[in-house]
Design a protein around this ligand. Sequence first.
Ligand code: HEM
Ligand code: HEM
Length: 180
Amino acid sequence: MNAGTGEAPRFTPVWDLFVRIFHWSVAAAFGAAYVSSDDGGTVHHVLGYAVLALVALRIAWGFVGSYHARFTNFVPSPREFAQYSRAMRAGRERRYLGHNPAGAVMIIALLILLTATGATGWLLTTNVFWGSEAVEALHEASANAILVCVVLHVGGVLLTSWRHRENLVGAMLTGRKRND
Ligand code: HEM
Ligand code: HEM
C-alpha cells in the first residue's frame, strides 16, 4: 500500500534485459577471473577477455540503450555529485529511479578499472610486456582496487535499499522499481 493514499504501489521498468544480464555476468566473470588468477593461465585469460567484452558492450549500450541505461541520463556533473554527497551526509538525499549520483560515479570507476585490469592482463601476454613486473603490478593493483570498489558498491546498494525501503538487488533481477 502507498502510505497515505491507500493505493497499491505501482512498478515501472527501469533496468532493461541487457543491463541485467550484463550486471550479473560481469559480477560472475570478474569473481571467477579473480579466483582463477593465481596461475594466470588459459581459464583466467578467457574470463578476463569475457569481462572486457561485456564492458565494451555495456559502454556501447550506454549510448544507444534504454533511457536509464544511457550515460547522459545518469552520469552526474561534479556539482550534482557534491550536492548529493552533502544531502547523504545530512540524511536527506532524494530517491532516484535510475542510478543516484554516488552510485553512478562508482559505476564509472568500476567500468574504468575493469577495462584497465583486462587491458593490462592482455599486455602481459604480448611479446613486449611479457614478464614485465611493472605491468604485473598494475594488473594486480587494479584488480584489487575493483575488489575494494565492489565492497563499497554493495555497501552503497544495501544502504540505499534500507534508506528508501526498497530492494535494489531485487530490482537488478526483475528490472522493476516502485515508481514513487
Ligand atoms: C553480489 C554482489 C553485487 C550486488 C548485490 C550488486 C548490486 C547492484 C545493484 C542493485 C545495482 C543497481 C544500482 C542502482 O540501483 O543504481 C548495480 C549496478 C551495477 N553494478 Fe553491481 N552488484 C554486485 C556486484 C557487482 C560487481 C562484482 C560488479 C563489477 C565488478 C558490479 C558492477 C556494477 C555495474 C557496472 C553497475 C551498473 C549497471 C548498469 O547500469 O549497467 N556489481 N549493482
Ligand atoms: C578483468 C578481469 C581480470 C582480473 C580481475 C584479473 C586479476 C588478476 C590478478 C589478481 C592477478 C594476480 C595473481 C597473483 O599473482 O596472485 C592476475 C594475474 C595474471 N593475469 Fe589477470 N585478471 C583479469 C584479466 C586478465 C586478462 C584479460 C589476461 C590476459 C589475457 C590476464 C592475464 C594475467 C596473467 C598472465 C597473470 C599472471 C601474472 C603473474 O605472473 O603474476 N588477466 N590477474
